[in-house]
Ligand binder design. Structure first.
Ligand code: GSH
Length: 224
């Protein structure tokens, strides 16, 4: 198996973390997002989305970090993706919630336009509106995460043990570190995120992202 990824990619991180935590035998191939390798052949033909990650397993080529996590968890029979129909439905629900509702406003409106030049909107006003929209909507979703999904003080999103939803969501929520988001107003989120970050391999798979965050220490950000 081979994972096409970039070490500073938010959506590569949960897959790399699961592989590392479980000690899976998966080769890694870096797609250099900083030199634009994903916009050049042979990658463009390989993944016309021009995004990472992509998992290759024999004749299977799989995009979408959420789908890759589910595939690996099933292939290696992991408790992190429960077999029980209702327990699995809750994990799927949480992952879909993050991938759509939360990530749209948090990633593509609040954080990415402040971090990556190709996400900056074409006018100052457009940029301001996008970031303010992202800020306001992210506050809403963060409160729902704090009060509803994690409202009973549970350590993990689906209950008492970690699931692939925690891997997936942990990486997305930790994107807030890049814009120095203050999690203190959301104590249940902060406590849960600390649990995710306490996974033994978190630091190692986050090294490139932490380095990128450190390089931005002089930059001002709008955070929620
Ligand atoms: N929905 C996709 C999103 C993948 C994605 O956005 N990947 C980013 C890295 S975090 C990427 O490849 N970006 C390249 C670019 O924006 O040019 C997934 O979850 O795998």
């Amino acid at each position: 198996m081979k994972l096409h990824m970039h070490p500073a990619s938010i959506t590569s991180r949960p897959v790399r973390l699961l592989i590392a935590e479980k000690g899976l035998d998966v080769d890694e191939e870096v797609v250099d997002l900083f030199t634009g390798a994903h916009h050049q052949e042979p990658y463009v033909s390989f993944n016309p989305n021009r995004l990472v990650p992509v998992l290759e397993d024999g004749d299977l080529k799989l995009t979408e970090s959420s789908a890759i996590l589910k595939y690996l968890a099933d292939k290696f029979d992991m408790a992190e993706y429960p077999k029980d129909l209702k327990a699995r439905a809750k994990v799927n629900e949480i992952m879909d919630w993050f991938n759509s509702n939360f990530y749209r406003d948090w990633g593509y409106n609040l954080c990415y336009p402040q971090l990556f030049p190709h996400h900056v909107r074409p006018s100052e006003e457009g940029q301001r509106i996008a970031v303010e929209w992202g800020r306001d909507r992210s506050k809403f979703w963060m409160q729902v995460l704090n009060d509803y999904w994690l409202g009973d003080g549970r350590p993990w999103l689906a209950g008492s043990s970690p699931t692939i939803a925690d891997y997936f969501a942990g990486s997305i929520v930790a994107l807030g570190d890049m814009v120095r988001f203050d999690f203190s107003a959301y104590p249940n989120v902060a406590a849960w995120l600390a649990n995710v970050k306490a996974m033994p391999h978190w630091g190692e798979v986050s090294a490139a992202l932490d380095g990128f965050a450190a390089s931005l220490s002089d930059k001002d950000f709008v955070a929620a």
